[in-house]
Design a protein around this ligand. Structure first.
Ligand code: CP
Ligand code: NVA
Length: 300
């Protein structure tokens, strides 16, 4: 059987995505320390960018299931001395059972997958953050039930996380209203592929009105630090604050992939307030990725 990779959320079918989420919810609800399906398995994790949640959730998840995770800071491997990514894939995949990579380039991740004998998982690229969306969908299901037919509001940058939210909208059957400043909209092809499940609106209020969920992310992603001042100016008016949350449904939840910048993309009273589910969302990185790895290893 062909090796399955997870480079973007749409690598899963709607049925597979729901299966992984259901399994993640079961793992969280009924953790079983004696269940160790990954004994003898190693996950190689390549990072060219910082991480707290992604690294720790993969590492802790592998440990819980009896396996091992190998943290590889790309700069201290031979990748940092220009060994081709294809050669790296061939070598790592003869020693390890899966490879996770966080870097800037989706194309390089694709190249890694093309030359790998084992599943390759995107732990964030400049284009997508699919593992985040597994955790986010799990969190939405757990707090409010099936997202199908509901409305989520994306406020802010049309970035990697936004792209994965757009793919989630089609996969899980909800509508994503996106409010992004001009010049910071998501990729048009990704929006088009969502076939009506992703809709661009022209201000934050129009996205939030009557929404079931409000979500945002940093205005300056990793690698964009030189643009910080310009971005701060461009995104004024796009903060998720109490006034914006008041336009959404009374029982709307607030999500953020973290790390957050209080006073920029979100006010402290929203992220630390009663509608915020960000800590459950962060915890779900653990359960969702354990379920994903089970799926990719074909052990569940
Ligand atoms: N949300 C997320 O991916 O967090 P880290 O950058 O800490 O991994
Ligand atoms: N959009 C952010 C997400 C961090 C988890 C970034 O790429 O830096």
């Amino acid at each position: 059987m062909a090796v399955r990779h997870f480079l973007r959320l749409s690598d899963l079918s709607p049925a597979e995505a729901r299966q992984v989420i259901a399994r993640a919810m079961a793992l969280r609800a009924r953790p079983d320390p004696a269940f160790r399906p990954f004994v003898g398995k190693t996950l190689a994790m390549i990072f060219t960018k910082n991480s707290t949640r992604t690294r720790v959730s993969f590492e802790a998840g592998m440990a819980r299931f009896g396996g091992h995770a190998l943290f590889l800071h790309a700069g201290t491997t031979q990748l940092g001395r220009d060994e081709p990514i294809a050669d790296t894939a061939k070598v790592l995949s003869r020693m390890c059972d899966a490879i996770m990579i966080r870097n800037d380039s989706q194309a390089d991740q694709q190249e890694l997958a093309t030359h790998s004998r084992v599943p390759v998982v995107n732990g964030l690229s400049d284009s997508h953050h699919p593992c985040q969306l597994l955790a986010d969908m799990q969190c939405w299901f757990e707090h409010r039930g099936d997202p199908a037919g509901k409305v989520a509001a994306w406020i802010g940058d049309g970035n990697n996380v936004c792209h994965s939210w757009i793919e989630a909208a089609r996969l899980f059957g909800f509508t994503l209203r996106i409010a992004a400043p001009r010049g910071y909209e998501p990729d048009a092809a990704i929006v088009a592929a969502a076939g009506g499940h992703a809709v661009l609106v022209d201000h934050a209020g129009a996205a939030a009105d009557g929404a079931d969920l409000v979500v945002t992310d940093t205005w300056t992603s990793m690698g964009q630090e030189a643009e910080t001042a310009k971005r701060l100016a461009a995104f004024s008016g796009y903060q998720v604050d109490r006034a914006l949350m008041a336009r959404a449904k009374k029982d709307a939840v607030f999500m953020h992939c973290l790390p957050a910048h209080r006073g920029e993309e979100v006010s402290a009273d929203v992220i630390d307030g009663p509608q915020s589910v960000v800590w459950d969302e962060a915890e779900n990185r653990l359960w969702a990725q354990m379920a994903l790895l089970e799926f990719l290893f074909g052990v569940h």
